[in-house]
Design a protein around this ligand. Structure first.
Ligand code: HSE
Length: 412
């Protein structure tokens, strides 16, 4: 029998306890040992829980107990999750977490401690919820040179954009619905401003390219400025707007990494990933594109990934999994101003034809977009690919156009 502890009995933590109970036989068959949930750490009381006798508020009971070989961290947030995880790893316990904020902020350090202690630090659930993505990149695709990863990594914003695209809702109405359905938090900032997706693309980039990429080095834009008009112009262009986390390897020392809303062509594998679903495309030199799709959030999907990591940790209790990356100073991140993409512009002008001519004179080839219900004086067009700093300076030259929206075009 192997004893584990679960720190945090929220949505994911309670799902982990539930799966360990409901899938006991299945898990026993997989590892040949029974998994005993010895402690559940939470400040709240759960007198009606079937695990009521396992609850504790005392972290030291877990960290000091040598019988506890695997600790699950599903508390979320950075503190005290970081301190608790660090202490458990330092004592040689393996740690499994769903906490993307923790991995994105301290992954390199925690992986190094795990390595010193011959313990495992696993976090399959931190990206894509129930979708296998960390293990496939680390193991199944290890023979590939991966040149690019791009994905819809946040379910809440994908739900909001789906409602805007298919039901014509405005951003505020779609956000309110997402909150009513329990997808969006009361304070939705981490999701709608792109921070959650940023943490996830940082984890994938760190894993793929072997150097820790910290979220504050990544240009991040959310979806709060997307309007119904932009959604309609994207449809005219032949695509949809999605919040994309993207990382491309430019050369051996440089990656282009960003989180931003992008026009995604209708024939892209990412274009039809709707509602709260996530999708991640990994471009390998041997495999070509591999796409992972499924539920990126939610109690049981996310807990399923956590339990898989528990099983893996138990199976590798004496042999560490080779999951690691080096720390870094973010110097491999291309400044976002240098990043090359085609751009969509929507703006207002006094004289449409003259403004289009001026835009063509400044940007070179442009692709005009027009829609039936456009207000008087509205123009929209797409430029050829160019570095962002050049785009900005050219847009500033266009004094006859007051830009209301600029969105990147994803080559996806
Ligand atoms: N808030 C996240 C999302 C939860 O909407 O995708 C899963 O990480």
């Amino acid at each position: 029998m192997i004893s584990v502890a679960i720190m945090g009995h929220g949505v994911v933590g309670s799902g982990v306890a539930e799966i360990l109970a409901t899938h006991k036989q299945k898990l026993f068959a997989a590892i040949g040992e029974e998994i005993n949930v010895k402690y559940i750490l939470d400040l709240r009381e759960f007198p009606d829980s079937p695990f009521a006798d396992r609850f504790t508020k005392d972290f030291s009971l877990i960290s000091e107990d040598i019988e506890v070989r695997v600790v699950v961290e599903t508390m979320g947030g950075l503190h005290p999750a970081y301190e608790y995880v660090k202490e458990c790893l330092s004592k040689g316990k393996s740690v499994v977490t769903s906490n993307k904020e923790l991995v994105a902020a301290y992954g390199a350090e925690l992986l190094a401690i795990a390595s010193e202690q011959n313990a495992n630090f696993l976090f399959e659930a931190s990206v894509g919820g129930g979708i296998p993505i960390i293990r496939p990149i680390n193991q199944c695709l290890v023979a590939n040179n991966v040149s690019e990863i791009a994905g819809i990594l946040n379910g809440t914003t994908n739900f909001i954009l789906t409602k805007m695209i298919h039901e014509g809702m405005g951003f505020d109405e779609a956000l309110k619905l997402a909150q009513e359905l329990g997808y969006a938090e009361r304070n939705p900032e981490a999701d709608v401003e792109g921070h959650d997706a940023c943490r996830k693309i940082c984890i994938l980039a760190s894993l793929t390219f072997g150097k820790h990429i910290y979220p504050d080095a990544v240009h991040t834009e959310g979806i709060t400025k997307i309007t119904a008009a932009d959604v309609e112009y994207a449809a005219v262009w032949g695509g949809v707007i999605k919040l994309i986390g993207s990382v491309k390897k430019l050369d051996k020392d440089t990656i282009d990494i960003i989180v931003a809303p992008m026009f995604v062509p209708g024939n892209s594998q990412l274009a039809n990933i709707d509602d709260v679903f996530n999708g991640v495309m990994v471009r390998g030199d041997c495999t070509g594109d591999v796409v992972f799709y499924g539920k990126g959030a939610g109690k049981l999907p996310t807990a399923s990934a956590v339990v898989a990591d528990i099983v893996d940790s138990i199976k590798h209790i004496k042999s560490r999994k080779y999951l690691s990356w080096a720390d870094s100073d973010n110097s491999s991140v291309l400044p976002f101003e240098k990043s090359v993409r085609a751009m969509y512009v929507r703006g207002v002008t006094d004289d449409r034809e003259a403004a289009y001519d001026r835009a063509a004179a400044v940007f070179g080839d442009i692709h005009r977009l027009s829609k039936d219900n456009a207000p008087e004086g509205e123009i929209a067009f797409i430029t050829e690919p160019l570095p962002y700093e050049e785009f900005e300076s050219k847009l500033n030259e266009l004094s006859e156009i007051k830009a209301e929206s600029v969105i990147r075009i994803g080559d996806l």
